[in-house]
Design a protein around this ligand. Structure first.
Ligand code: DQA
Length: 147
């Protein structure tokens, strides 16, 4: 089984970016933790980060051929990218939406996700733990062929 972990805009700056909101872990550290968990679960894992909407759309399309499920933090695109929403709806494999921060406890414009209605589910506010829970969920959903 193969799982893709995809990070959207500005998440390359984790560790330095608003640590009070997003925590002190860098993206490499988050990915390393997920890599270790994936090894323990016996699944293959790939990582992709981009600050560009179209690149994220392209990588989602590739996931149809390459992976069985996706863990996706769309960053600010969460709140307005209909192109990413349509891509998530199109791929037909489980996509789990993750946010490090609790988007419902923040500014009003972050309360709405255009991705959530087409995602398999959403985890928000659990920091790095949320990514690990999302990976476990992705493996379970892919195993039962559910999206
Ligand atoms: C985020 C929340 C978004 O509102 C924000 O734009 C991000 C990160 C999170 O992980 O908490 O870039 O997706």
């Amino acid at each position: 089984m193969k799982i893709l972990v995809m990070h959207g805009p500005n998440l390359n700056l984790l560790g330095r970016r608003e640590p009070a909101v997003y925590g002190a872990l860098t993206l490499d550290e988050i990915n390393a933790g997920l890599g270790a968990l994936a090894a323990g679960l016996g699944v293959e894992i790939s990582f992709f980060q981009s600050n560009h909407e179209g690149e994220l759309v392209d990588r989602l399309h590739q996931a149809v051929e390459k992976e069985d499920a996706v863990v996706f933090n769309p960053g600010a695109f969460t709140h307005y990218s209909l192109a990413l929403r349509d891509a998530v709806a199109a791929v037909g494999i489980p996509v789990i939406e993750v946010h490090l921060s609790n988007i419902y406890a923040r500014e009003e414009f972050r309360h709405h996700s255009v991705i959530a209605p087409v995602a398999a589910g959403q985890i928000s506010g659990l920091g790095g733990t949320g990514y690990r829970l999302a990976l476990r969920a992705a493996v379970e959903l892919a195993a039962v062929g559910r999206n």
